[in-house]
Design a protein around this ligand. Structure first.
Ligand code: NAD
Length: 254
């Protein structure tokens, strides 16, 4: 029996990389997936691919850095399907490894709004729908960067995501609602493809690299999706408030 048969799952940033792999896997496991992202055509490409493979998916264009957009994603899901069983807060951007002295306020704000505030907004609104049903699984996509080994804004945002994960888990532990996080290590996706990485602060990235083991293998987007599925699904029913590092041990050397 598929793990998420009949469930309704939202995946933010579901049109690329880890989010795309997650949307496809959750759909293969029986979920009806609502995927959102800023690029409508890319959203539709993934949703159409899921449907063509026999799954169920709809796409909602949204910029999850704004509360209005997050509200709209939740409202659209409830209007279409009546409930939310799983929320995957995956959308995120890299911060180009900018150290504090080279990170201006505008950039700090942008990264934190997308990587941190989106988790707050989406979770807050989804909980309004989950609480009356007494069940639901929230899975946040954090990063090994939460340990301080990325740019200042990304590190701060992902550390906040880890703290929020535990905080939300504490709040809802007495109910059937769980909140966990997957913290990927280096995972080849458009986020860190050579076209993007050329704009990273090379010197600070190298400094950060001394505090992790970057010689270890990289994980795949599918590896991350499998961990997300586990947290979203019934096999982790006793687990909440946890951050699972999917990184081949890269962060063990911090
Ligand atoms: P990606 O660039 O392939 O995908 C990011 C997704 O987020 C895209 O769908 C994009 O459209 C979406 N997104 C970005 N800003 C958005 C916004 N304002 N509103 C809505 N959607 C938005 O990158 P990825 O590697 O798949 O990243 C997914 C998550 O994994 C991110 O949270 C990232 O921080 C985390 N992560 C990735 C790695 C890695 O090595 N790839 C490592 C650690 C953590």
């Amino acid at each position: 029996m598929p793990q998420l048969q009949g469930q309704i799952a939202i995946v933010t940033g579901g049109n690329s990389g880890i989010g795309e792999a997650t949307a496809k896997l959750l759909a293969r496991e029986g979920a009806t997936v609502v995927l959102c992202g800023r690029r409508a055509a890319e959203n539709e490409r993934v949703a159409a691919g899921i449907r063509a493979a026999g799954g169920k998916a709809t796409a909602v264009q949204a910029d999850v850095s704004t509360p209005e957009s997050c509200r709209a994603v939740v409202d659209a899901t409830v209007a279409a399907y009546g409930r939310i069983d799983a929320l995957v807060n995956n959308a995120g951007i890299a911060d180009k490894h900018k150290p504090i002295d080279e990170c201006d306020e505008a950039w700090y704000d942008e990264v934190v709004k997308i990587d941190q505030y989106s988790v707050y907004y989406m979770t807050k609104y989804a909980l309004e729908v989950m609480v009356p049903t007494g069940q639901g699984s929230i899975v946040n996509v954090s990063s090994i960067g939460a340990g301080g080994v990325a740019g200042v804004s990304y590190s701060a945002a992902k550390a906040a995501v880890n703290a929020m994960t535990k905080n939300i888990a504490i709040r809802y532990a007495p109910t059937g609602i769980r909140c966990n996080a997957v913290a990927p290590g280096p995972t080849p996706t458009p986020l860190n493809a050579p076209e993007a990485a050329q704009y990273f602060h090379q010197e600070f990235a190298a400094e950060c690299g001394k505090h992790i083991d970057i010689t270890l293998p990289t994980a795949s987007a599918e590896d991350q999706a499998q961990a997300i599925l586990w947290f979203a699904g019934p096999h982790s029913r006793s687990v909440t408030g946890q951050v699972l590092y999917v990184d081949h041990g890269t962060s063990l050397y911090g």
